[in-house]
Design a protein around this ligand. Structure first.
Ligand SMILES: Cc1cc2nc3c(=O)[nH]c(=O)nc-3n(C[C@H](O)[C@H](O)[C@H](O)COP(=O)(O)O)c2cc1C
Ligand code: SF4
Length: 441
């Protein structure tokens, strides 16, 4: 692997009016589309498979393989139905901040990826499902889609290829669960966003009971560069089983938080160096590798390769590469309580272990944080986690247990210190990054 930054998706972010079609085309944008339209759709799928691209939305499923599941034999019931591409731009996981800046800076990277990907899977309608709260992003993507129509990149007979594609930008109502792909489909169909039972999987019966590919923004935005530069170019970056580059979002107690695009396999130590180090005078205490639903890691894990296998090897998950960094001023119990409150709030209520369990987790954690609990509450918390993990309908609930069980594994003494101290032993102001003078709680 290499250890330098590899700006590809982020390369144009500092260009003048980077979000416009003129700037994008001026830097080679939509060249990959012309190349793709001259290819056979199956060859595009093969190129994406060969590149080794794995889904950037968290689970890391191979993208080309997912596209290959779409039935294309018109003699079968599923193969005869329309096919759909749905882009997941719900991005709501705490700490995750890569799709939103990408859509603001260079929405045409996604639009071009949508057209190439739809052509590959023989879809004639694609949806971009954007989290409802980010109105500025919705407006920007709508404007980019309108520009693409006006330039003939979308619509009928695209560049004389005979291929037709319409793109619909859909604003979600604003719910973390709508990022779960089947809840997203429910939302798109106008129903309450709750996950669906699988099988059938979306590749066979997804949107409107038709074959559907659902991919993350970053996955689809990576496609033009793969087609433009070739699968081997993409596969030359990253590690053996985690190819290519990805956007790593650093937030929290780091000198220069932001998005760092690097080959998969870079380490947190290298990223912190690139980000100017931890905030002056402080050191790393704990961090999330892929958002708050991935088990916490500590300073012991600074040299773990940030690829799917490396992070799984130390008991966590690469997830969305949302690296939230916390220094020694942070109370881990308090941080975990905040995340758990989020999961309780976002639980869609469909299944009992999550709906009731996240409520109980908050009660127990709040008691501990206030120093009102007892040592046996730690075992009760772990027992609650055990009764939620793997027994709930979707991965939201599994994710809710991750910060709790991992923080107890690494910081049991800190939980106990709350009991001996009769409350939280930390000063919350010490971990705050904004100016606290004059601010009220
Ligand atoms: C609670 C929950 C929230 C999710 N939120 C998102 C999201 O905001 N964006 C996303 O791309 N994937 C999200 N996912 C993962 C999706 O279900 C799905 O795996 C992903 O969109 C597939 O795209 P990919 O293969 O390109 O990664 C979420 C999953 C769960 C369980
Ligand atoms: S695990 Fe939670 S979010 Fe998922 S279906 Fe059950 S209640 Fe809904």
């Amino acid at each position: 692997m290499t250890d330098t930054l590899t700006p590809v998706l982020t390369d144009d972010w500092d260009a003048e009016r980077s979000w416009t079609l003129a700037t994008y085309e001026g830097r080679g944008g939509y060249d990959a589309l012309r190349k793709a339209l001259a290819m056979a759709p199956d060859d595009i799928i093969a190129a994406v498979k060969d590149s080794g691209l794995r889904g950037r939305g968290g689970a890391g499923f191979p993208t080309g393989m997912k596209w290959g599941f779409i039935p294309q034999d018109a003699a079968t019931e599923a193969g005869a139905k329309p096919k759909y591409l749905v882009v997941n731009a719900d991005e709501s996981e705490p700490g995750t901040c890569k799709d939103t800046p990408l859509l603001m800076a260079t929405p045409h990277t996604l639009v071009e990826g949508v057209i190439i990907s739809s052509f590959a899977i023989r879809a004639h309608t694609a949806f971009i499902y954007i989290r409802g709260e980010v109105l500025h992003v919705i407006r920007r993507v709508q404007a980019a889609v309108a520009e693409a129509y006006a330039a003939g990149h979308l619509g009928t007979d695209i560049h004389g290829s005979g291929y037709d594609l319409d793109v619909v930008v859909h604003a979600g109502a604003g719910a973390y669960i709508c990022g779960e792909e089947t809840a997203l489909l429910e939302g798109l169909e106008g129903r309450r966003g709750q996950p669906r039972l699988r099988p059938p999987f979306p590749a066979v019966a997804g949107l409107y009971a038709s074959p559907t590919v659902i991919n993350n923004v970053e996955s689809i935005a990576s496609v033009p560069s793969i087609i433009g530069n070739g699968a081997a170019w993409f596969a030359s970056m990253g590690t053996e089983k985690s190819k290519g580059f990805g956007i790593f979002s650093l937030s929290g107690h780091v000198t220069r938080p932001g998005q760092y695009e690097a080959p998969l396999g870079i380490t947190l130590r290298e990223l912190i160096d690139l980000a100017g180090g931890m905030r002056a005078g402080h050191e790393l205490k704990f961090w999330t590798p892929g958002g708050s639903s991935t088990p916490l890691l500590t300073h012991e894990h600074l040299d773990v390769p940030l690829d799917f296998e490396g992070v799984a090897g130390v008991g966590s998950m690469l997830g969305t590469r949302a690296l939230q960094l916390f220094d020694e001023t942070t109370c881990v119990v308090r941080a975990v309580l905040r995340w758990t409150e989020f999961y309780k709030h976002e639980s869609c209520g469909k299944c009992t272990p999550c709906r009731e369990g996240t409520w109980w987790l908050v009660q127990t954690l709040a008691r501990l944080e206030n120093g009102e609990g007892q040592e046996s509450d730690l075992e009760m918390l772990l027992d609650q986690c055990e009764n939620i993990l793997g027994r709930s309908f979707c991965a939201l609930a599994d994710g809710a247990t991750s910060p709790i069980s991992s923080s107890i594994a690494f910081f049991r003494d800190e939980y106990l210190a709350h009991l001996s101290h009769g409350g939280c032993p930390f000063d919350p102001a010490a971990s705050t990054l904004f100016e606290t003078a004059g601010a009220s709680a």
